[in-house]
Design a protein around this ligand. Structure first.
Ligand code: ADP
Length: 203
């Protein structure tokens, strides 16, 4: 199994890349998505969150009020630690299940937005960084995603710099061009990853 850590700044095109890798046959593990799944209505995870934070963190439909929980934990590191103590082990368990279900020669791609910020490069065989100029990130976020320019710049400024992210990369995927360029780059990346995973042995 080849463990690939995929990261990139917001609006860099990371979701496009992970979708195309999944289409090629990568097992994509999206930690943010799993973190939402483990506290869906009816889960033991949500029951634990309610036991810790009270019924006030529930929406009328029974789901978790993420904004409310965010306000609580943002203001108090102890509360954040309590939330993480519930959610992190559940996310870890679910990731392990997905990995156990993958074939031995699988290429497992972990979609980790804050890989560099949280210093997680050592967990992966290969770290792939999706890279785009800041102005391109801003244009993408204010375009189809409808963010204001100020909000986009604030989100980008809160993340690692492009230089720091690139320094942590084994492979950099340039996404400063068109979507067609990006697809071609991902296809070449896939071949490289298959070689590294031992799926291709011919030279
Ligand atoms: P991320 O997951 O890194 O935040 P996304 O993959 O969601 O970024 O990309 C942000 C937006 O930019 C999306 O609407 C996506 O379709 C678009 N996008 C990504 N790459 C390109 C590109 N090379 N050309 C044009 N639009 C792009």
């Amino acid at each position: 199994m080849l463990k690939v850590g995929l990261t990139g700044g917001i609006g860099s095109g990371k979701s496009e890349v992970s979708a195309r890798l999944a289409a090629h046959g990568a097992v994509v593990i999206d930690a943010d998505r799993i973190a939402r799944e483990v506290v869906e209505p009816g889960t033991p995870g949500l029951a634990a969150v309610v036991a810790e934070f009270g019924e006030g963190v529930l929406l009328p439909d029974g789901g978790m009020d993420r904004e409310k929980v965010g306000e609580i934990v943002f203001a108090d590191p102890d509360r954040l630690a309590a939330l993480n103590a519930i959610v992190h082990p559940l996310v870890g368990e679910r990731m392990q299940e997905l990995m156990d279900a993958a074939p031995d020669d699988a290429i497992v791609v972990y979609d980790v937005p804050l890989l560099v910020e949280n210093d997680l490069a050592a967990l992966y065989d290969v770290v792939v960084v999706v890279d785009a100029p800041v102005e391109t990130q801003v244009a993408r976020l204010t375009g189809r995603r409808g963010m204001t320019e100020d909000a986009a710049r604030a989100r980008i400024a809160a993340q690692a710099t492009r230089e720091r992210r690139r320094a942590a990369a084994d492979l950099v995927l340039d996404n400063s061009g068109s979507l067609a360029d990006l697809r071609a780059a991902v296809d070449a990346l896939w071949t490289d990853l298959r070689r590294r995973a031992g799926q291709i042995t011919t030279t």
